[in-house]
Unconditional design. Structure first.
Length: 218
C-alpha cells in the first residue's frame, strides 16, 4: 500500500480535484468543515490532504467487486414511424466513462488527476488481465452499431459498462497533533463509506461493457 506524499508538486495537481469535490457538499451547509459527514470538532482531512497540511494520505480498501453497471442510451433514437419499408441502422458510436467518488454512496463527483492518486494507491490489483482500471482516467468504448427498424417503430442502442466497485476509508497522518491526534481515519477506521466506481478496461485500455439494441412502437 503506497502513501501519497504531500509535496508541493503533488499538491498543485490536487487543487482541481479539491474544487470539484467540495461543490456538492459545501453548498447550503453551516459547517466550515469541507470533509462530508464530519463536524468542526474534527480536522478537515480533505482540505488538509490538498493543501500540504498532512504528512500522508492513503486510501484503505475494505472490499471490492465488479458488476455490470447501469445502461445508458448511446446517441439519439432513430424513428421509422411513417416509413413503408425497413430502415437500416449503421453508425459508429463512442461512449466515455470516468471514475466516480462518493461519500456514503449518496452524492458522487468525478475524480480528477491528483486526488485519484490517493484512491488508486489503495486499490487492490486486478485478478486477471481483463480486470484492470486506472482511477481518474477517462476511458471509452466504441463500435459500429447495426440494426433494422421496421415501419411504425423506433430503435436505439444502450451501453452498460463493467464497473469495478471499491469501498473503504482514508487514513491521514499529521506531523503534529491535529484536534488531539496524529492519525485520523475518514470517515472511520474500517469504514466502507468511501465508494469508488471505476470502469473496467480491456488489456488494450478500452472500456469493457455490453451493447444493447432495442426497438419499440412509435
Amino acid at each position: 500500500m503506497k502513501a501519497l506524499k504531500t509535496g508541493r508538486r503533488r499538491l498543485a495537481m490536487l487543487t482541481p480535484a479539491l474544487a470539484l469535490f467540495l461543490i456538492p457538499f459545501s453548498t447550503g451547509t453551516a459547517s466550515a468543515n469541507s470533509s462530508p459527514g464530519w463536524g468542526d470538532d474534527r480536522p478537515d482531512v480533505i482540505w488538509d490532504c490538498n493543501n500540504d497540511n498532512a504528512d500522508s494520505c492513503q486510501y484503505r480498501e475494505e472490499k471490492a467487486w465488479t458488476e455490470l453497471g447501469k445502461r445508458r442510451q448511446v446517441g439519439n433514437a432513430v424513428y421509422n414511424c411513417a416509413g413503408s419499408s425497413d430502415l437500416g441502422y449503421d453508425r459508429i458510436f463512442r461512449i466515455d466513462r470516468t471514475t466516480e467518488y462518493s461519500f456514503s454512496q449518496t452524492t458522487s463527483v468525478e475524480v480528477k488527476a491528483g486526488f485519484s492518486d490517493v484512491l488508486e494507491g489503495g486499490m487492490s490489483a486486478g485478478v486477471s488481465q481483463e480486470e484492470t482500471w486506472k482511477a481518474g482516467d477517462t476511458v471509452s468504448a466504441s463500435t459500429t452499431l447495426k440494426g433494422t427498424i421496421k415501419p411504425g417503430e423506433a430503435g436505439g442502442y444502450w451501453f452498460a459498462p463493467y464497473e469495478r466497485n471499491s469501498q473503504g476509508w482514508l487514513e491521514v497522518h499529521y506531523g503534529e497533533r491535529k484536534n488531539g491526534h496524529y492519525h485520523w481515519y475518514y470517515p472511520g477506521q474500517g469504514s466502507t463509506d468511501v465508494h469508488i466506481k471505476t470502469p473496467v478496461l480491456w488489456p488494450d485500455g478500452t472500456m469493457k461493457g455490453k451493447w444493447f439494441w432495442a426497438t419499440w412502437k412509435c
